[in-house]
Design a protein around this ligand. Sequence first.
Ligand code: DGL
Length: 297
Amino acid sequence: MPTDLPSTGARTVTAAAAASRAPVGIFDSGLGGLSVLRAVRAQLPDESLLYVADSLYAPYGERDDDFIADRTLAIGEWLVKQGAKALVVACNTATAQSIALVREKLSIPLVGVEPGIKPAALQSKTRVAGVLATQVTLRSARFQALLDRYASDCRFLCQPGHGLVQAVERCDVDSAELRALLRSYLEPMLEAGADTLVLGCTHYPFFDAAIRDMVGDRLMLIDTSVAIARQLERVLDQHGLRAAAGDTHAPALPRFYSTDDGAHQKQLAATLLHLDAHVERVLIPSRRTAAPNSQAA
Ligand code: DGL
């Protein structure tokens, strides 16, 4: 069995093997990135994972651009200090706003996320598709570039999902109020002939069952979490960082961190991921949130 450090008489573990054994960091403004973590666990079961929810400062979709970049960079740097070998920015809003900056500053490979405009344009038969995403994502230059690139012959109805991130953050994925809110966003899309719905925020796949219940198969749901997990796999392979299959050092459970008390993260992990998660509270100061518990915006 491999040992952690080279030692006399024991098998020497090379630097490459040690690097591939390091964890992958996954980060979101809050609990939405758990939908990405779920896909990563299914695709890459040998990887150790660290998950950070910045729930104290969620939703990012109602923050200014500088605040989002500041928190994304601080959390990325924190994950690097914890030994992460790669980072998944499992937040469309943070990716749209700050992936270029974070890529420039961090020394580890990065995977970002973006709304599935391309698969929607490929699959929509009516050539009308709805997009639910945060206001920040929808107004970003990255999102506009996606539309310009893939949406020439398809009409995209872009709807900011006000209130939806907050619902997931309080573990509400199915209440009557939530369904009424979702209905108010989806009915105009259906009336306009949409047959496809892009879930452009990693929190929204947790509404999958409620949406299907409401619209049946009238809308094809586009959730990119499996594509993100595959992209992570490619990136790890490119950098020679993929964990060895069956590595006995890999912990069975991800390590979960939250910038709030983590109670809702624990609850959501249990109900939607069937994981008994121990969530550790962490303080990750940043330029905009230097004082503990600051709600600066
Ligand atoms: N999960 C984040 C995303 O994909 C939510 C952003 C927010 O906190 O508003 O955009």
